[in-house]
Design a protein around this ligand. Structure first.
Ligand SMILES: C[S@@+](CC[C@H](N)C(=O)[O-])C[C@H]1O[C@@H](n2cnc3c(N)ncnc32)[C@H](O)[C@@H]1O
Length: 379
């Protein structure tokens, strides 16, 4: 592999090697910092590199704010000084000020007149957002796994915290997992599902369909959103038996038991229920390796009637403007989880066609960072 890579060449190698030498040269960097027309580029690059170096600290500042429910507190009670906030946060005045100033520097908070702290441009969207808060909080497990990235890359994690959080990852019989083991991730998925449902329901008119099967549908959060959005739609979910235990109560609370139902099973062992003219796979495919994905997609093809349709939604690798979310965030997240990979639109398209779908197209979503939507038709 190494020898082969070394023998490959391309016409762009020489100019790029020249650029690399220039950017690696301390002399050139000093010149670019001193020369007024290039100074802004030099400063921007230095800041970008510093942000990469320090990003884990920024994440922990956000983690502390979320654990303290700071954004909700400021939204409810308005801007306050560090002295006022300290007892509410159960921190010393000095520690409160340190956290508040850090959050201001990250635009999570803003300094207001009279030394008070209010919500910032990045903190305000966190208010009342249980999904985002849950995502931040569960990162405590990922953070521990990433403490030694080389151990993770070499498959030698000392303790796999995130893999324990997602116990179906690598499980020989995920269908046997008890409710107690799947409850935490099911709650996280339900809390964050509105971020996905919003994108899917804006992009695709569900009311065209008679019956929807949401495969890997968790404990029914998307089923409820879809049934509410399309009042004539019948919705069924298929997920692990331990997971769907939460669906019945959710359907009852939403007064949707008449149109929503749940079937428990393992989609790698059990046949999917038939009868739906639309099947959805939301944030499911990226959890699995290619061979498993092909099996699942073939099972979906078999469960659909002729002319049936699959809607697949998840964040994609190589999303323009959000590239780091794909191969960096999901790439390392799924590696810590123990299985799965982020895929580009082209990679998913290829798997869908290989599984037996005839046509695949992408629908535009307003926030591709939250979810991209692919439609695959059997004919
Ligand atoms: C990342 S979650 C996504 C849940 C939901 N679609 C959403 O977007 O909120 C993946 C889901 O797939 C389910 N799942 C994983 N392996 C499964 C299997 N072998 N059979 C059935 N469901 C499975 C999990 O229980 C989980 O609910």
């Amino acid at each position: 592999m190494k020898d082969m890579a070394a023998s490959l060449t391309h016409w762009s190698d020489a100019p790029l090697a020249w650029r690399d030498r220039l950017l690696s040269s301390a002399g050139f960097r000093r010149w670019a910092e001193a020369f007024v027309p290039t100074r802004w580029i030099a400063r921007r690059r230095a800041t970008q590199l510093f942000d990469l170096l320090a990003g884990f600290v920024y994440s922990q500042v956000l983690q502390a704010c979320v654990q303290l429910r700071l954004f909700d507190l400021l939204a409810e009670q308005g801007p306050q000084t560090a002295l006022e906030l300290a007892p509410r946060l159960k921190l010393s005045a000095e520690a409160a000020e340190r956290l508040l100033l850090a959050a201001v520097s990250l635009r999570l908070l803003e300094l207001r007149p009279q030394g008070r702290f209010g919500l910032g441009a990045l903190g305000a969207p966190m208010v009342g957002n249980a999904g985002l808060a849950a995502m931040v909080e569960h990162h405590a497990a990922l953070y521990r796994d990433l403490a030694d990235p080389l151990a993770l890359l070499r498959g030698l994690p000392s303790k796999a915290h995130l893999a324990g959080y997602w116990p179906y990852s690598g499980a020989a019989a995920p269908g046997d997992l008890p409710r107690t083991e799947v409850a935490a991730y099911s709650a996280l998925m339900a809390a964050s599902q509105p971020l996905v449902a919003e994108q899917v329901l804006q992009a695709y008119p569900m009311h065209r369909h008679r019956r929807l099967l949401d495969v890997g549908g968790g404990d029914g959060a998307f089923a409820c959103a879809a049934a509410t959005h399309a009042p004539a739609l019948q919705v069924q979910i298929f997920d692990l038996p331990g997971v769907i235990q939460g669906a019945g109560p959710r359907f009852e609370r939403a007064a949707l038991s008449g149109r929503c139902s749940a079937v428990g099973g393992d989609f790698f062992r059990d046949a999917l229920p038939t009868g739906a003219d639309l099947i959805t796979l939301l944030r499911v495919v990226h959890d699995h390796e290619d061979a498993q994905v092909l099996r699942l997609l073939r099972a979906v093809c078999q469960a659909l009637p002729s002319g049936g349709r699959l809607l697949l939604a998840e964040p994609l690798a190589e999303t323009p403007g959000a590239e780091a979310m794909g191969h960096a965030y999901f790439g390392f997240y799924l590696m810590a989880m123990g299985q799965g990979r982020p895929r580009s639109e082209a990679q998913l398209r290829e798997l869908l066609l290989q599984a037996g779908f005839a046509r695949v197209r992408r629908l535009p979503t307003r926030m591709p960072l939250q979810a991209a939507v692919l439609i695959a038709d059997l004919s």
